[in-house]
Ligand binder design. Structure first.
Ligand SMILES: [Ca+2]
Length: 403
């Protein structure tokens, strides 16, 4: 008996002596074990949840905010970002880039030739996070460079000198070209280590591109700021793989951002009829398109019966019916009160800005903002900490909360 007591005491002492670091290592390895085990009934990995979207309320527009026009009279302000001096750079999908200094918009010369077809054109823009030490502007666009008729998504960087892009370098050019006009993806995000992420949709080839690592499209990519492909990317050891790819099984991601608190990269993508989804981006993960989906074909027929499969990610959230999401921001400003930390997603289809209240379990409430304003193409947090939206057929506006 005494020996047992001693043993118990010794084990307790040993357990208590474990440092915090060891405990956190243990938590991490528990998470990793969960990530490797799958519930055999649901096919959902044990560290994931199926979002319970039907029980999440959608609140009508409370109109408890002000909307201020910033740039008016635009056709399709697809991308926007700011220079450190506060000047706003924005794209028009037809192939024009402008710098707005607070009063007037100046056209920027030297924009690469873009393939304007369907959803393709001049798309996102991003200023290097270390600008001007790293004096680069990044553009995503549909390009007809390379072999074959049609176009595909390309990523380039250039320097901006006296309202002209100079020293343009194409960093990535997806192949092959196709005349299909849909699913170019094209959003940018930067992580805390300085890697650049961009998205390329499956270009209307769902059976061919998203699940094949040797083909472009239906993927989220990660590169260095000069276009080099990191050795640490997940598919660098896979024979024939597109090694710039970071995730696969994506459909058409037109929104991506970095979470201001966790630093994680998070994106959303268009589903078919129903099944738009939000996903946290994990190295090497397969987001399932078109094998698993919560949506149906636009014709109404089902293309897949399953919503979960081993080796494929569950979304963090999904929409049925589809809202057609574009642009993604997370509010990071205590001046917004109860809105602080909420997700913002533009809805092209329903013409409002959707605000999602999020806790550790997932989305718990949705709310419409600027309901009926027009096809909401883009949303970003500006350098002044306020919400900026790009609306098709209108322009760029700022949303501030009434105090
Ligand atoms: Ca998915």
């Amino acid at each position: 008996m005494r020996a047992y007591l001693f043993l118990f005491f010794a084990i307790s002492l040993f357990t208590q002596c474990k440092s915090n670091q060891e405990q956190s290592n243990q938590e991490q390895s528990n998470q990793e074990e969960l990530a490797e085990t799958v519930n055999p009934t649901t096919n959902v990995r044990n560290d994931q949840k199926v979002p319970d979207v039907e029980n999440i309320p959608l609140i009508e527009d409370q109109k408890d905010y002000d909307v201020t026009p910033i740039v008016e009279g635009l056709t399709n302000p697809w991308g926007m970002d700011w220079l450190p001096n506060g000047d706003l750079l924005y794209t028009e999908k037809e192939g024009k880039l402008y710098r707005f200094d607070g009063t007037t918009s100046q056209p920027i010369k030297g924009v690469p030739e873009v393939y304007v077809r369907g959803q393709g054109g001049l798309l996102d823009i991003s200023v290097h996070p270390s600008y001007p030490e790293k004096p680069f502007i990044y553009l995503s666009y549909a390009s007809s460079e390379g072999t074959g008729e049609g176009g595909n998504t390309a990523i380039a960087r250039a320097q901006l000198k006296e309202d002209q892009l100079v020293d343009l370098e194409v960093l990535y050019n997806a192949v092959p070209n196709t005349k299909k006009g849909q699913h170019f993806g094209s959003r940018f995000a930067w992580d805390e280590e300085g890697f650049l992420y961009f998205t390329i949709g499956e270009r209307g080839e769902r059976e061919v591109n998203p699940q094949d690592l040797t083909r472009d499209g239906g993927k989220i990519y990660r590169i260095y700021d000069d276009g080099r492909i990191p050795e640490s990317n997940p598919f660098t050891d896979v024979e024939g793989a597109k090694t710039a790819a970071y995730t696969y099984g994506n459909r058409n991601p037109q929104g991506m951002t970095r979470h201001p608190e966790s630093g994680k990269i998070i994106s959303h993508e268009h589903g078919p009829r129903g099944g738009d989804e939000i996903n946290y981006i994990r190295a090497g993960a397969n987001y399932g398109w078109p094998v698993i989906s919560y949506g149906i074909n636009y014709s109404g027929s089902k293309f897949t019966e399953i919503t979960a499969k081993e080796g494929m990610e569950q979304p963090f959230y999904y929409w049925v019916p589809s809202i057609a999401p574009s642009g993604f921001a997370i509010i990071d400003n205590p001046d917004y009160g109860s809105w602080d930390g909420n997700f913002l997603v533009g809805s092209l289809k329903f013409q409002y800005l959707e605000m999602l209240y999020v806790d550790e379990k997932g989305v718990n409430k949705r709310e419409k903002l600027v309901d009926g304003i027009g096809r909401l193409r883009n949303v970003k947090m500006g350098p002044d900490g306020h919400i900026y939206i790009g609306v098709e057929g209108k322009g760029i506006m700022k949303i501030t909360r009434k105090s």
